[in-house]
Write a protein that binds this ligand. Structure first.
Ligand code: NAD
Length: 487
């Protein structure tokens, strides 16, 4: 450990920003704490408007060359970044788990391979990105994807590197340069990504990382006139502030926000499958935007569903996320735990009943909770808790199920458990949700659009939709025989 590095299980992490291909320290630092036990991991450079401006300037300076770099070369470098991620899966996994408390086994086997895949997928997609020409009265309309410019990418703490690279990879593939601002509660893997990208040959200034509190550094990034795209994943209140800040320059925004998604269990469903899907909602200690936190269960099977759910939930092991047998880790921060508990205590005071849980275990862990006797218009049904807290309501008709499912201000996802294909089609058509899962959860192809409706987001990313966002689309109309007539 030096003044500007820390170590996590033997892995060295630079604690400074990465700007224009070099490490830059701020005068001030903030303390990064591990959710596993509340211990201090280290002191991290605390960015200000100064570092924000320097990072945007570096991204602006690097943009013309990167934008003009051939698609094949950009794709080659992104594959090299993926190689670098794959070589360091163990390092990235232990650092991420220490920093955000999510399961080490998930990081090793699912999340970090997906991080590498994000780079490979968008590199390969870039090489396939073509649009058919349109013909109008003999004129050719040729559509091209021009890189938009420096892009600010702001990410949350619940899946730090996965969500960061979901943005970084397509932005870089598109030919944009990037300023990445990771969340202050989990900044470490972004710093490792900067090391990996530099080793892979990504030119200086193409990827910049600035750390710090959103409230201190956010505005300087999002109101900057040289920034041409802002992609944000996080909460609704922050999204509003970013939208206001970006409005001055009309900077295009992509917003991936929160949710209060339903799990609809129909009486015809395979109940064991439904219970498996239900218990999965405790993954990442409930800190998943897509989580189906509202169980809507057909009355006739509600008792049996609840019985099996309680039985299954009792088999989950909660504890140190580094252990192979752990199913549920800690919540990110004692402040988050307080927030979660306040939601639950208010719900209980309003008449809810805790079928399981309903309390914290200590300062880092919250007992997996299921609440019933909750009113549709109550806070616990309407607002995102972002912890291991689920509610259960019943319905007696399909119409009622759809009405309850849609009756929040969100529209991120919905999950159905039903054995009836026609019902699935009918219900899906009526649901307001960016993603609907039928008898499954969380699986999706990166070619498909991803995003939310209503307060769950603005825009879609994934496959071509990511390139639509990160590029300025251009239509070039070429006259028939134009070359001849102009000599
Ligand atoms: P948050 O909004 O508090 O913070 C997210 C990021 O925004 C952090 O990096 C933070 O520093 C930054 N930020 C804060 N204030 C800012 C400002 N004024 N200007 C610019 N940046 C600012 O969210 P969080 O608590 O870190 O994350 C949890 C939220 O993220 C939940 O609502 C969750 O549902 C949502 N989320 C959504 C998705 C999705 O894909 N839809 C995925 C994961 C998480």
């Amino acid at each position: 450990m030096t003044e500007h590095t820390l170590t996590v299980a033997g892995v060295t992490v630079d604690t400074r920003h990465w700007i224009g291909g070099r490490r830059v320290a701020s005068a001030e630092t903030f303390t990064d704490v591990s959710p596993i036990d509340g211990s201090t991991i280290g002191e991290i450079s605390r960015g200000t408007a100064l570092e924000a401006a320097a990072a945007v300037a570096a991204a602006k300076a690097a943009f013309p060359v990167w934008a003009a770099t051939s698609r094949a070369e950009r794709a080659r470098i992104l594959h090299a970044v993926a190689d670098g991620v794959e070589k360091r899966i163990e390092d990235l996994s232990i650092v991420e788990t220490t920093d955000n408390g999510a399961l080490l086994r998930s990081h090793r086997r699912g999340v970090m391979p997906r991080v590498a895949h994000n780079f490979r997928f968008f590199a390969d997609w870039l090489l396939k990105l073509e649009h058919e020409d349109f013909e109008t009265r003999g004129h050719t309309n040729h559509v091209s994807w021009d890189p938009a410019g420096p892009s600010v990418l702001i990410t949350p703490w619940n899946a730090p590197l996965m969500l960061a690279t979901w943005k970084v990879a397509p932005a870089l593939a598109a030919g944009n340069t990037v300023v990445l601002k990771p969340a202050e509660w989990s900044p470490l893997t972004a710093s490792l990504l900067a090391d990996i990208a530099a080793e892979a040959g990504l030119p200086a200034g193409v990827l910049n990382v600035v750390q710090g509190y959103g409230s201190e550094i956010g505005d300087a990034l999002t109101s900057h006139p040289d920034v041409r795209r802002i992609s944000f994943t996080g909460s609704v209140p922050t999204a509003r502030r970013i939208a206001e800040s970006a409005a001055g320059n009309l900077t295009p925004l992509s917003l991936e926000l929160g949710g209060k998604s339903p799990l609809l269990v129909f009486a015809d469903a395979d109940l064991d499958l439904a219970v498996d899907l239900a218990v999965e909602q405790y993954d990442n200690a409930g800190q998943v935007c897509l989580a189906a936190t509202r169980f809507l269960v057909e009355e006739s099977v509600a008792e049996e569903f609840t019985r099996r759910f309680v039985e299954k939930a009792a088999t989950l092991t909660q504890g140190d996320p580094r252990h192979e047998t752990t199913d549920i880790g800690p919540n990110i921060h004692p402040r988050q735990l307080e927030k979660i508990d306040a939601f639950v205590q208010r719900a209980l005071a309003a008449g809810a009943r805790a079928v399981i849980g309903g309390h914290r275990k200590d300062t880092q862990y919250y007992a997996p909770t299921l609440l019933t006797d909750v009113a549709q218009d109550s806070e616990i049904v309407q607002e995102e808790v972002f912890g291991p807290v689920l509610t259960l309501q019943t319905f007696s008709t399909e119409e009622e199920a759809v009405r309850l499912a849609n009756d929040t201000r969100f529209g991120l996802a919905a999950t159905l458990a039903t054995a009836d294909a026609e019902r699935a089609e009918r219900v899906t058509a009526q649901l307001v949700a960016g993603t609907v899962w039928v008898n499954c959860f969380f699986v999706r192809d990166l070619q498909a659009p991803f995003g939310g409706s209503r307060h769950s987001g603005v825009g879609r990313e994934g496959g071509t939709w990511s390139f639509d966002f990160y590029c300025d689309l251009k239509n070039t109309v070429i006259a028939p025989n134009g070359w001849k007539s102009h000599g």
